[in-house]
Design a protein around this ligand. Structure first.
Ligand SMILES: Cc1ncc(COP(=O)(O)O)c(C=O)c1O
Length: 401
């Protein structure tokens, strides 16, 4: 497929692999193929790489290397955090708190735990996607063993007040473990576990220019965690299976680069995002920006909105035909006609939530690409709206004095 003239605005779904990351990985996909658990020289090279990568990831998170567990990605990290803590703490209580706007990796795991006998509270959010901290304070009790609230939302970019939420939890029940899903936040927000105060934190490499199928879970020392993948003693008995050395090396490299280049990358994304936030409402009628109004409280790369009287899927197809890759929300709901659970939890009416568009920019995007999008978007929206049976009436109502 000819991709040269295309503009990719779906970095929340995944990011391209950074060339420097690929180069760091290549030796471990070719000559250095030993199993890090073995004792001979070939294995020791792999062991050294694994240990180095663990130190690098721990360095960015500000934790001890032994507190990092490598997994197959963000979903597995979140699932291990929730199931691992819920089952390891079952003798102390069976109550879990999470939010209504979590990624399905957390929500579906929480729903399964509910079926297995745990009690789960789903915290509501306000119109901008912020978790209701008063409800959090009311919900936490002696029986609560785990709280899981995301650091940043993948659909509308809301950065949740995790430090405050942790203070509330630890003030009322210091033994409750706090997990944050930082999959979308990594690279866009500082992820120091000490500053955040969390006990567990999930990351996934493919959101910050690393490879797919690799992630990590930070687990604070002495946090009870029952392994979910059983077998060998890898990852200090917390996750069995021969480590994916090349991908782990790639993730560590991608994470180091993301924080070495943090200021430049985020300033660049912010300038592109701000142009979208400024211009789209001016150029397209009947559009509602979703997510936080305060731009410092939304991810630097995230623009999201809902168009009245259009299906989000129709915009995506029309944009794709014009060379633009965009999303209606999370990649996992693409293909489903259900409106996003995030937008409905934020109180958007169903028909408006169906007209959602998410544009997430990255370090490779240019202002020229944004300009091109801003040129094609108004015409695309008005052509699609003209097909809506409600449009003539809506237009006439607007024209009435
Ligand atoms: C907030 C959030 N959590 C979890 C995940 C799942 O991560 P992975 O694709 O690495 O399994 C995603 C991916 O979209 C996400 O955005």
């Amino acid at each position: 497929m000819e991709m040269l003239d295309r503009a990719y605005f779906d970095h929340a779904a995944t990011t391209p692999l950074d060339r420097r990351v690929l180069e760091a990985m290549l030796p471990y996909l070719s000559s250095l193929w030993g199993n890090p658990a073995s004792l001979y020289a070939e294995a020791q090279e792999a062991r050294r790489a694994l240990d180095g990568a663990r130190r690098d990831v721990a360095g960015v998170l500000g934790c001890k290397p032994q507190e990092v567990v490598f997994t197959s990605g963000g979903s597995e990290s979140a699932s291990l955090a929730l199931r691992g803590v819920a089952y390891a703490s079952r003798d102390r209580g069976n109550h879990i708190i999470t939010s209504a706007v979590e990624h399905h990796a957390v929500l579906h795991t929480a729903e399964r735990l509910e079926k297995e006998g745990f009690r789960v509270t789903y915290l509501p959010v306000d119109r901008e996607g912020f978790v209701d901290l008063a409800e959090l304070e009311r919900a936490v009790g002696e029986e609560t063993t785990l709280v899981s609230i995301m650091l940043a939302n993948n659909e509308v970019g809301t950065i949740e007040p995790i430090e405050e939420a942790v203070r509330i939890i630890k003030g009322k029940n210091p033994r409750a473990a706090f997990h944050t899903d930082a999959v979308q936040a990594t690279g866009a927000v500082e992820v120091s576990v000490e500053r955040l105060g969390v006990d567990l934190l999930s990351i996934g490499a493919h959101k910050f220019y690393g490879p797919k199928g690799i992630g990590a879970l930070y687990v604070r020392s002495r946090t009870p965690l029952q392994p979910q993948m059983l077998g060998g003693a890898q990852e200090k008995n917390r996750r069995a299976g021969t480590e994916n050395v090349a991908h782990i090396v790639g993730m560590a490299k991608a994470m180091s680069l993301a924080y070495e280049e943090f200021d430049a990358r985020n300033a660049h994304c912010r300038s592109l995002r701000d142009r979208l936030l400024d211009e789209v409402p001016d150029r397209v009628p009947y559009v509602h920006i979703t997510g936080p109004k305060d731009r410092s409280r939304r991810l630097s790369n995230s623009f999201s909105c809902c168009f009245e009287l259009i299906e989000g899927e129709a915009i995506l197809i029309a944009l794709d035909l014009q060379g633009v890759a965009a999303s209606s929300g999370s990649a996992c709901t693409t293909g489903s006609l259900e409106p996003s659970h995030v937008l409905t939890a934020m109180g958007l009416p169903l028909d408006l939530a169906r007209g959602s568009l998410r544009l997430t920019v990255g370090k490779g995007n240019t202002m020229e690409e944004i300009d091109r999008l801003l040129e094609i978007l108004p015409g695309t929206v008005s052509r699609l709206r003209a097909l809506s049976p409600q449009w003539p009436e809506r237009e006439a109502a607007e024209k009435r004095p």
